[in-house]
Design a protein around this ligand. Sequence first.
Ligand code: SAM
Ligand code: SF4
Length: 317
Amino acid sequence: MVDRLGRDITYLRISVTDKCNLRCRYCMPEEGVCKKSHSEMLTEDEIITAVEAAASLGITKLRFTGGEPLVKKNIVSICRRAAAANGIREVCLTTNGIRLPELAGPLKEAGVKRLNLSLDTLNEEKYAYITRVGKLEAFRAGLDAALKAGFEKIKINSVLIGGFNEEDIPQLAELTRQYPVDMRFIEMMPMYDSGDFDEKAFIPCTRVLDYLPDAVPVGEDDGVAKLYRLPDAKGNIGLISPVSAHFCGCCNRIRLTADGKVKPCLHSSDEYSLKGLDFSGMQRVLKEAIWNKPAWHGDLDALHRSQAGRNMNQIGG
Ligand code: SAM
Ligand code: SF4
């Protein structure tokens, strides 16, 4: 469906849980999430009805995210049913990778085509610091499992944090020579409670190129990412700049939170509830949300935090 500004909305990102087995400092508070009652969250059947209602309006691509989608007990069943919905052509998932050794095979078999994994550094101590509780070896086991499972595409996402992981850029980019993966660097977005980062932590994506003098433009872009490639690499380097050069004018996505709120823009407080509705009720609310999608996300920087009213783990990134 086309919104009031002529943007064709074809991509729905669904957060299946706010919970996570890590605690990344820019994403969620150390103590985790304040527990919502089970009855406030969408059930599996409601998620599938929402997918069907969205597909009836022209959504063709889904991405499951979180919190950490792989801590959701019924994630494989949700993916399988969503992939079978009429009109859905592609089901993707974003994960921190920790549970992939058990779940990569079942997810592939359920119809997940593409995986995004999150990794901000290849230094063990820094990984433990930024995730507060994570172990780099667990990420590596997850990446191995994903590579073996044979997904159509694997991308690794790094949030750029000035003063923290700039010097890790060459080593992260090297992953595109070691494995058939794309490595994407994403500007950190200032969420309402996303850690104690000062102005210097928010650096533009273009800084990545200072660390990769051999990277050459690929000449085509992949959705929101500007693509580059290192000599002899098996995958691309992607630069995603939601802050320094936003792509709101061609944004094709909406989001659904685990508690059933449609967010037509990641950084707007506008929310439309699907909880408790049937197919036609969800279709009506989705239409209203898409039609009213905000023109752009407004100023974002260390001084102008996101107006989303939620942290990233409560939206899905
Ligand atoms: N737990 C999964 C993971 O980490 O991949 C999925 C959910 S996580 C919220 C999705 C993506 O959002 C991750 O790649 C994460 O690095 C990114 N993210 C979280 N907080 C962010 C922020 N403040 N700015 C930019 N990206 C952020
Ligand atoms: Fe969890 Fe992903 Fe947020 Fe890290 S970025 S705390 S892994 S939801």
